[in-house]
Design a protein. Structure first.
Length: 194
């Protein structure tokens, strides 16, 4: 049995139903299975063969879900030692160690450099702590980054009351949905539409 807090499972793809380890207690807010499934419904079948970047990765559930649904590789970024241990544990539980890289980085100080990430990132998940003023700087940095592929999609999770700008540099808001207290925003890089 996997010990921890909320029971989490992969909701689709080759590892569908696989349980993931999660945080003990209510200190960290992982993306719920329902919201994760809704995110992948919004993104559609665009995960196959993609390079994925999971920022503020927490348990790694979003990036692991993308791998289960056919992503080629995933890079997980978080600053918390507990999160980094959980991500590695969950990658091991799902057998995705060889398709993944885990980076320790304080994202309040900026994004990883292109050299740390490898080739172009096609799909980016950003799930910063709600009400901590991380969202706008992260979106601004993503818009100016050199590691996004030409047709990258950025998926942002925010509190439902948070203001989400429609355009930030090369990012254009394509879709927004609210699930309980969570707002999901899908941005297109360079103005493309998915």
């Amino acid at each position: 049995m996997i010990r921890g807090g909320t029971t989490m499972r992969i909701t689709g793809g080759e590892r569908r139903g696989r349980r993931l380890a999660s945080f003990k207690g209510g200190r960290i807010r992982p993306t719920s299975d329902k919201v994760r499934e809704a995110i992948f419904d919004l993104v559609g079948q665009y995960t196959v063969g993609l390079s994925v970047l999971d920022l503020f990765a927490g348990t790694g559930a979003l990036g692991i879900e993308a791998l289960s649904r056919g992503a080629r590789r995933a890079v997980f970024v978080d600053n918390s030692p507990e999160s980094l241990r959980l991500i590695r544990r969950n990658l091991g539980l799902c057998g995705y160690e060889s398709e993944s890289m885990v980076l320790k980085k304080d994202l309040s100080r900026g994004l990883p450099q292109a050299g740390e990430l490898g080739d172009g990132m096609d799909l980016v998940f950003a799930d910063p702590p709600y009400r901590k003023d991380h969202l706008l700087p992260i979106l601004t940095d993503l818009s100016a980054s050199s590691f996004l592929s030409e047709k990258a999609t950025i998926v942002v999770e925010a509190g439902k009351e948070e203001h989400i700008p429609e355009n930030i540099g090369r990012l254009s808001l394509a879709k927004t949905r609210v699930y309980g207290d969570t707002k999901i925003c899908i941005y297109s890089y360079g103005g493309h539409d998915r």
